[in-house]
Design a protein around this ligand. Sequence first.
Ligand code: DAH
Length: 365
Amino acid sequence: MRDEFEGSAMDDLRQKYLGLIAETADEATLEDLRVRAVGKKGEISLKMRELGKMTPEERQVAGPALNALKDEINAALAARKASLADAALEARLKDEWLDVTLPGRPRRQGTIHPVSQVMEEITAIFADMGFSVAEGPQIESDWFNFDALNIPPEHPTRTEMDTFYMANQREGEPPHVLRTHTSPVQIRSMQAQGAPLRVIAPGRVYRSDYDQTHTPMFHQLEGLAVDRDLSMANLKWCLEEFVRAFFEVEKAELRFRASHFPFTEPSAEVDLRCSWVDGQLKVGEGDDWMEILGSGMVHPKVLEAGNIDPKEWQGFAFGIGIDRIAMLKYGIPDLRAFFDSDLRWLRHYGFAGLDVPTLHRGLSR
Ligand code: DAH
């Protein structure tokens, strides 16, 4: 009698819990159920405790049956838990569905500033020639900005560059300036990486100057290559490649004019053959020449300041005014508008955010 009774009681338990588990719709309720059934004080656990009061014969039947029931309920709980998790994920995927192929909403989209665009373009071109991008601080010690570049304190360049000096100079530290050019990054890169080396350093520079073609903050891009047996010929090839790629023309003619910079010897200013047709710039043809950058072979003293032995290594360097060639390439008349944050100007001259310049796809399309 007792066996039968126990048997049907266990069936009832099985039915009850399997039914409840199947009906459960969330994980919290399922956990409650687990505690009620197989938790320490759960119904099945309490039944197991009663085993002790049974006769050995009874126990032999009831023990395995209870264990089997417990296993069965645990398995059902685990299966239900997994299917609830699946359903939750399914619901979330449905809910958070996003069609990534939809076009953006132009009204809400910002644009890429021509200066950023041109920096990206130049970086893509030089990356293709094996140059990596270096950075330096905008508040720079006058040693890096001047002395290390062979510009001693009495040199006229220091005043020509209309330098901003920092008001609060720290005791025991060299005076600091807002860097007047990106050339100090040459020194920092040589010190950090040694030779051989190929870097470009785009960034902000500062001079106290303001008119239609000058703003107190503007952008330059420095280039530096250090290797054995580098010459002006390598520099010329490199710049011609750059200009053709940048202006997206088949042919570009450069003219090297002897010049002077303290940090290069020899030094050259580089002009680009061009013409103006109806106010539009044409690169590669015509009778005009336009100065686009300064360059030269790195002065031995500058290599030494970068801890590189000038008897073993040579370098060439160049400095490009980014804002200026952005104006040229994209026909932008007034430099000051670059920094006015006028949304109408940005919408007109800006670039779509997802059009990242690459060489293979075309820089500016
Ligand atoms: N630092 C110079 C300037 O701001 C530009 C320049 C000229 C950079 C010649 C160079 C260079 O690297 O070789 O006017």
